[in-house]
Design a protein. Sequence first.
Length: 267
Amino acid sequence: IADRQEGIGVCGWILVSLSFLLVLITFPISIWACIKVVREYERAVVFRLGRILSKKAKGPGMILVLPCTDTFIKVDLRTVACKIPPQEILTRDAVTAQVDGVVHYRIHSAVSAVANVTDVHSATLLLAQAALRNVLGTQSLAQMLAGREEIAHSIQATLDSATEQWGVKVARVEIKDIRIPMAMQRAMAAEAEAAQEKKAKVVAAEGEMNASKALQRASMVLAESPAGLPLRYLQTLTAVAAQNNSTIVFPLPMNMFGSLGQKRTGG
């Protein structure tokens, strides 16, 4: 559209002149119908006899529109947040899932958005749905659940390349929710529970091994010092007595009784 240089022709200039003449005749009443206000976040694409005037959008501010020969379309340049409806996706590992998301985009070229596509918002939404299905169809369920950011960037790149000629810039794509069947949820929960039980058993076994090694080292220390074992018994008795128990069962080593018997016999 921007590369076309044809004019409106002789007949067109005659009609434009008549339009100017009509404005002058009916001035100042006609001036209120000719002046249009374009907001800061808007641009106006003015058509004069069916051709885009100056090949670029007008605004912001006041613009002059001639009666009978000029028409205009306002384009909003603000960022639009468009919700992608839930899409039925068949993943690479044959799992059915429903995925929805949000795409944020804005129009950076009002002329392209008006001249190159019928409804830029509807076209962008339909393209986002197709891109979401195409990209997620190549992923497994595990990749889909773990790599949302990478998938969103891939969808954004696909949309950006397709909507460039429409004057649309895709700012961000977000995957909101991934819903899978209840049977698959139960299977995944059982798998996760089994994995946690496996980890718990491994941790318990490692704790038992460390405790046995510590007891082995303690027994070696006590074997090197015979007087250490009675002292350890006394420490244990002190710890048990501090708990205010009414009955204390305290084991004594057999060699202690043997030594006592030998002393009585000798005496």
